[in-house]
Design a binder for this molecule. Structure first.
Ligand SMILES: CCCCCCCC/C=C\CCCCCCCC(=O)N[C@@H](CC(N)=O)C(=O)O
Ligand SMILES: [Zn+2]
Ligand SMILES: [Zn+2]
Length: 512
């Protein structure tokens, strides 16, 4: 036996070296032969004479739109008077849209707006552009560089709540339509514009009703585009070019109310555990035990593949070989909040309430957890995980609201609508890469799922990592350049949608 040891060791080392050599060869071959999913940009139309400039008049309209304080606070609790004023302002601001015989406008659920622009070819399925009228409340008002409802222009940026979420797309799409109709252009394909008034609190009285109206009309929509992920500048690790993130799916959500009820009493005679202490431990366990890293199991893996050939070398090797490096990429993604959101179901503690007086032991403690569910997980799985982690029957888990992750819409060369979107994005951003991904937050599209199987969530503006905290945060703003891109994106999209949407597969063409 001992005599054979050197031979055995040699064989083991040889086996190890051989395996390493084979793995290295496979990794190298895959890296250099990995297919590119990017197509060259079409002729850029933004230099055409029919480009929409962000001139004084349009900027003034956008500024005014920001000044309406259309805040949504809680489900069913909004700002009806401001909404009504904003609706009147929209009507006055886009006279051609509102007087055109081609346009039918319905006010739905009191304040939401649904426009139908009649196309000349009734055989083509309509499509829909969506946004919303409402905004979230202001936080830390003192820290804003310009008053949050001013729409003030400062150093090339328009400041205010709603500038990126989402009055940019509401006003931008209406500007595009006004521009188009004032040139007496009738689209071939019927187009809907749908603007809910309570998206920020779930869309139960706005988008939900719009969805119901369209369902009752028996409408089937070729594709829907709502607010969503942006064109990232430095957002994705290893990608130096601009990266247009088209969300083809959306995370689900589960909002849970955690409640502990224990005996209260006089603060001078406390028991060893209190309602507050028990709930704190539960919360702490949830924060210490994140939901499993699922990176590589959903549409986020496609995102890596779509940009693999364009990444800097170390990332290119990783992205071309997810079969081997998925756990490593998963770890890289889990290190920052904005990428971690792509890797797993997230857990956000959003409320914590207990106690009424300094010397009274509170009999009750309540917390709210907002989970955003990874596309490959489910509401049930998340509940089960939380119960196991908390492992304390004194902590009651009540579901406030939930929705499973959305289905994934078609993307890539086999999807004519996705390709039309990609082409339009490239007209505005000729150097950008375009990739499918999923939306880490939620949108009104949750109410439109039965209207179309092709639902995309995309914001046609550029965002850097330092811009992300501006969503629902302090100093929300959009650059004039970005707002101009938004208007022209919608304009190009409407023009492009007049071209046939063709499925070019197996030598035959089908039109939607
Ligand atoms: C590897 C790529 C990294 C990319 C990183 C970041 C991409 C960030 C993408 C999107 C952020 C934009 C978030 C906008 C959210 C707008 C929608 C919204 O606010 N929804 C609310 C409404 C609701 N009631 O559901 C929400 O809470 O989700
Ligand atoms: Zn929004
Ligand atoms: Zn929002």
């Amino acid at each position: 036996m001992w005599a054979n040891l050197p031979r055995i060791l040699t064989l083991v080392v040889r086996g190890f070296v051989l395996t390493l050599a084979v793995l290295t060869a496979v990794v190298v071959i895959r890296t250099v032969t990995f297919p590119s999913y990017q197509t060259s940009p079409p002729e850029c139309k933004t230099t055409d004479p029919d480009f929409i400039p962000a001139d004084e008049e349009r900027l003034a309209r956008f500024t005014s739109a920001i000044q309406f304080q259309t805040v949504s606070y809680e489900r069913g609790v909004g700002t009806p008077q401001e909404l009504a004023k904003f609706v009147r302002f929209i009507q006055k601001s886009f006279p051609t849209v509102h007087s055109s015989p081609m346009v039918r406008r319905d006010v739905v659920g009191n304040y939401s707006l649904l426009y139908r622009v009649e196309g000349s070819d009734a055989s083509l399925q309509p499509y829909m552009l969506a946004s919303h009228l409402d905004v979230v409340p202001i936080t830390e008002e003192a820290n804003w560089e310009a008053p949050p409802f001013s729409g003030q222009l400062k150093d090339g940026y328009i400041y205010g709540r709603g500038t990126i979420d989402a009055k940019h797309s509401l006003m931008g799409s209406l500007e595009a339509l006004e521009f188009l109709l004032s040139r007496r252009h009738q689209p071939k394909r019927t187009l809907y514009l749908a603007f809910g008034h309570d998206e920020e609190t779930g869309g139960h009285f706005g988008a939900k009703v719009i969805g119901d109206v369209l369902t009752q009309r028996g409408e089937k929509i070729a594709f829907i585009l709502d607010e969503g992920s942006p064109v990232g500048d430095g957002l994705a690790p290893g990608v130096s070019k601009l990266l247009a993130l088209v969300s083809v799916a959306e995370k689900g959500f589960l909002q849970l109310r955690l409640e502990v009820n224990e005996e209260g009493g006089h603060a001078s005679m406390p028991r060893s555990e209190s309602a507050i202490g028990i709930l704190s431990k539960a919360i702490s366990k949830l924060e210490d035990n994140p939901h499993p890293n699922m990176f590589g199991t959903g549409p986020e893996a496609r995102m890596m593949e779509y940009v693999a050939t364009e990444m800097t070398l170390p990332y290119r090797i990783l992205a071309s070989n997810l079969w081997l490096f998925s756990p490593l990429v998963a770890w890289v993604y889990s290190r920052k909040p904005q990428t971690n959101a792509f890797a797993r179901t997230t857990t956000a503690l959003t409320r914590f309430n207990a106690g009424v007086k300094d010397n009274v032991i509170s009999p009750e403690a309540v917390a709210v957890i907002d989970h955003r569910i990874h596309p490959m997980s489910s509401v049930e799985e998340v509940m089960e995980f939380d119960r196991k982690v908390i492992n304390d029957p004194r902590v009651k888990l009540n579901v406030i609201n939930n929705r499973p992750p959305s289905p994934t819409s078609p993307y890539g060369k086999d999807s004519p609508t996705y390709m039309m979107l990609q082409e339009t994005i490239q007209q505005i951003y000729p150097d950008a890469l375009v990739t499918p991904t999923f939306m880490v937050a939620n949108t009104d599209t949750r109410h439109y799922l039965n209207l179309s199987s092709a639902i995309y969530r995309f914001n046609p503006y550029v965002m850097t990592p330092s811009d992300l905290p501006r969503f629902h945060g302090v100093n929300e703003r959009i650059s004039v350049q970005n707002y101009e891109r938004v208007m022209n994106f919608y304009y190009h999209l409407i023009v492009n949608m007049d071209k046939p949407l063709e499925l070019k597969r197996h030598g035959h063409e089908d039109e939607l």
